[in-house]
Design a protein around this ligand. Structure first.
Ligand code: PLP
Length: 435
């Protein structure tokens, strides 16, 4: 499969190049030159397959020419080594739990698949790959744990001191091996600025093979389609074949993968985009005008995005056809007070403690159902385990949160982080001398 740029449909590049560069030089996003269809017979018989089997079938469609079958099978088996079960709240509504991977967030799907793809290609080239990431929390953890121990790769993570939760910091800093953490005395924007300068620094690029493992990397989008098909398979086993997916959205990578799955042939009735106060896409779908705004801080902070970078991909997928997008995607927006009430309501009604992002999806799924009654299943995507967001869950409920297996080990891990001011020269010196 070849890939074009959303800014230049005549461009063609191969999968490896699209993965290593994340972004085309024209600042568009890579898209597959054609959307492959999953075999309708496979979809008809999908209840016979496991998550890993579904994942491999999809991965083959995108990278089957670029990675030999046996290697791809190993990559998929190693990357997708945890489940994504649906927890039914009642007969109509289920939570697709995407947080059973190592960083307890859905980003594990993308990060683990991407890391192994990158590892495969860098070993083929026999050249160490240096991954630089700035994180406000969740991305860094998924990338760190995704790349941990992957041969041919090394990760350097910059995070803002005192601005990530305890579990997040442990996931960033206790790994060792090929993962290095830098605790920056500054904000997330400072971290991002340092990383951006390094990418544009000729001297650094001469000495190191850098990549960004960016969230818009095509190798993160593809594996996120896996769990939409897997959710559908689980519903079919229950005798349900109509589904509305509600996706808590920030950068629109997660829902973008759902829409890609839909284009690949997955039967979906509707998608609901659930957002916090950062409502650029809901406003766009109402007015037809794309007017990004600076992001505002909310309790569901992994969705604090004012100008979602994956939205162009969705526009491209639907040929910028606004009425089609308006018919397919409904949107609902919630403020912090409503989010907290949503967390509380899920507990009171279902004894289920959810993270704030998931609670926003719950509220949106409920609102959508009230406006569109029917016999379909509402599946809301749970993007993170609640233990990662102690500040956004009422203390009495947080006590009820069961830590995932392995979280105790994090407690005992030793923090290894290099403290640094938000100073580019110091960062550059660190990169060049610590090779
Ligand atoms: C990243 C993230 C989101 C937003 O996902 P997008 O793909 O950026 O829309 C939602 N919830 C959690 C917990 C996240 O980490």
């Amino acid at each position: 499969m070849k890939f074009y740029s959303t800014n230049n449909k005549a461009l063609r590049t191969d999968f490896k190049n699209a993965v290593f560069h994340s972004l085309p030089a024209d600042k568009g996003l890579y898209m597959p030159e054609e959307i492959p269809k999953l075999d309708p017979l496979f979809i008809k018989n999908i209840t016979q397959y496991s998550l890993q089997e579904i994942a491999l079938e999809i991965a083959k469609l995108y990278v089957g020419d670029d990675i030999p079958a046996a290697a791809l099978k190993d990559i998929v088996a190693d990357a997708i080594n945890f489940d994504a079960p649906i927890h039914f709240l009642d007969s109509e509504m289920g939570v697709l739990e995407l947080f059973h991977g190592p960083s307890y967030a859905f980003k594990d799907f993308g990060a683990r698949f991407m890391s192994r793809i990158m590892g495969y290609f860098s070993q083929e080239d026999d050249q160490l790959l240096d991954v630089l990431v700035a994180t406000s929390g969740d991305t860094g953890g998924a990338v760190a744990l995704g790349f941990l121990g992957v041969p041919g790769t090394r990760v350097t993570i910059l995070y803002p001191k005192g601005k990530v939760s305890k579990v997040q910091e442990q996931q960033l800093t206790t790994n060792g091996q090929n993962i290095r953490a830098i605790e920056v005395d500054g904000t997330f924007d400072d971290c991002q600025a340092l990383v951006k300068r390094a990418f544009n620094d000729a001297e650094v690029n001469q000495q190191l093979r850098l990549t960004s493992a960016n969230s818009i990397n095509i190798s993160r989008l593809i594996p996120q389609t896996f769990y939409y098909f897997w959710a559908y398979a689980q519903l079919r086993i229950q005798g349900i074949s109509e589904v509305v997916f509600t996706v808590p959205s920030g950068n629109y990578g997660n829902i973008g993968a759902g829409l890609l799955a839909y284009k690949m042939g997955l039967p979906v009735k509707n998608f609901v985009a659930a957002t916090n106060a950062n409502d650029t896409v809901p406003r766009f779908l109402t007015s037809g005008k794309y007017e990004p705004k600076p992001s505002v801080q909310t309790l569901a902070n992994a969705m604090d995005v004012g100008d979602p970078s994956n939205w162009v991909r969705i526009q491209d997928l639907f040929d910028h056809d606004l009425p089609t997008l308006q018919n397919l995607i409904q949107t609902y927006t919630y403020n912090d007070e409503e989010t907290l009430a949503g967390v509380q309501e899920m507990y009171d009604q279902y004894k289920y403690v959810a993270c704030p992002h998931t609670a926003i999806a719950y509220l949106a799924a409920k609102a959508h159902r009230a406006e569109h009654p029917g016999t379909y299943a509402s599946v809301l995507l749970s993007t993170a385990h609640p233990c990662k967001f102690p500040d956004a869950i009422p203390a009495a409920l947080f006590k009820e949160v069961q830590l995932p297996a392995g979280a105790d080990n994090l407690e005992h891990g030793e923090k290894q982080a290099v403290a640094m001011s938000a100073n580019y020269d110091a960062f550059k010196e660190y990169l060049i001398t610590n090779t």
